[in-house]
Design a protein around this ligand. Structure first.
Ligand code: NDP
Ligand code: GDR
Length: 337
């Protein structure tokens, strides 16, 4: 019998990579998708989910982390072995504009899903996508024991969700684990996160169809890893006999400015000629430096990052150059690079 997983946030960057990883391992994968007025499954469209396909092992269901009843019904019907809660309003800057919504989906959504699992009586392992943003102003290196000091509504919501997962573990003996993931990027990263915004702009500037890249704070330090490798750590977390909480990171810090310079240099351009600071992208409170210590993940999960900063920049810029080329040639673009 193949194992069964439920992924919330399956249409996002991480959900798309995780679903591919689980399908490769023989799982049957169920994903929660939101009702939207436009198509929102672009990242997973390469996987055949048509109900007429007798071999399909990926199934999508309309639901929402704000809708408790639908979550209970889904869990009762699917009876998953593993639940991966990746769904969230995940943009930190936007969370200052829609704080209540962010708290409801990113924070309360996790609690609703935990409670739905309990009420549905499923015997599932539970993964909560926690974030390095929870450390906020706590200086690096941040590890599992480092204090949380969230600096945005998003981070506050993630702290709530983190403790909800711990609480269900302690209260009901559920196998609930948190992955405290530091920033991880890929060609599938949303275009309004800084790395993808930069890689896309570099490709467009090189092609002569964009003049300027407007950015906010370029002094922030982040620990950027490669998303597909982080999904390996996510899966490994739920394969442990005992639940636990794990920092997943590369332990390398770079400023946004360094990312910008490396990306422009990769195509032989000087970033100083194209980048303009726009205070509109500043945040009411910034997180200055996040650099994770992933020793526990290395020790207990046997996980370590393989792709480091320079390669990550190169992979992202080259993917956006190719994407642009495909668009210009009118080729059918599959988002599977
Ligand atoms: P994305 O923003 O790419 O994806 C978020 C997913 O959540 C999308 O599938 C989105 O659906 C879904 N979603 C949004 N609102 C709801 C809702 N109300 N109900 C159900 N689903 C919803 O994020 P990532 O893939 O980058 O991140 C995955 C998770 O990991 C998130 O929880 C994020 O906060 C967390 N995380 C991410 C890190 C990173 O560096 N990427 C680092 C640490 C934590 P739709 O496609 O319809 O918008
Ligand atoms: P972050 O990622 O806030 O770390 O959250 P983001 O890429 O949005 O910002 C990283 C840093 O870059 C600075 N920055 C800009 N950011 C954006 N988006 N746009 C800009 O124009 C810009 N200019 C400078 C930011 O101020 C910040 O310091 C991501 C998300 O995936 C979260 O869901 C996740 O939890 C954390 O990573 C870990």
């Amino acid at each position: 019998m193949s194992r069964v997983a439920l992924i919330t946030g399956i249409t996002g960057q991480d959900g798309s990579y995780l679903s591919e990883l689980l399908l490769d391992k023989g799982y049957t994968v169920h994903g929660l998708k939101r009702r939207s007025s436009s198509f929102n499954t672009e990242r997973i469209d390469r996987i055949d989910v048509h109900p007429r396909n007798p071999d399909a092992r990926l199934f999508l269901h309309y639901s929402d982390l704000s809708d408790a009843g639908s979550l209970v019904a889904l869990l009762r019907d699917i009876q998953p072995d593993e639940i991966y809660n990746l769904g969230a309003q995940s943009h930190v800057r936007v969370s200052f504009d829609i704080p209540s919504y962010t708290a409801d989906v990113t924070g309360m959504g996790a609690l609703r899903l935990l409670e739905a699992a309990r009420l549905a009586g499923v015997d599932s392992r539970f993964y909560q996508a926690s974030s390095s943003e929870m450390f906020g102003s706590t200086p690096p290196p941040q590890r599992e024991e480092s204090p949380f000091h969230p600096r945005s509504p998003y981070a506050c919501a993630k702290v709530f969700a983190y403790w909800a997962a711990v609480n269900y573990r302690e209260s009901y003996g559920m196998h609930c684990s948190n992955g405290i993931l530091f920033n991880h990027e890929s060609p599938r990263r949303g275009e309004n996160f800084v790395t993808r915004k930069i890689s896309r702009a570099v490709a467009r500037i090189e092609a002569g169809i964009q003049d300027t890249l407007y950015l906010g704070n370029q002094d922030a330090v982040r620990d950027w890893g490669y998303a597909p490798e982080y999904m390996e750590a996510v899966w490994l977390t739920l394969q442990q006999d005992a639940p636990g909480d794990y920092v997943v990171a590369t332990s390398e810090g770079h400023t946004v400015r360094e990312f910008v310079e490396a990306a422009f240099a990769h195509v032989g351009l000087d970033s100083d000629k194209y980048v303009v600071t726009d205070p509109a992208y500043f945040r009411p409170a910034e997180v200055d430096a996040l650099i994770g210590d992933y020793s526990k993940a290395r020790r207990e999960l046997g996980w370590a990052p393989k792709t480091h900063f320079t390669d990550l920049v190169r992979v992202m810029v080259d993917a956006d150059r190719q994407l642009l080329e495909d668009e210009r040639m009118g080729r059918l673009v599959r988002v599977d690079r």
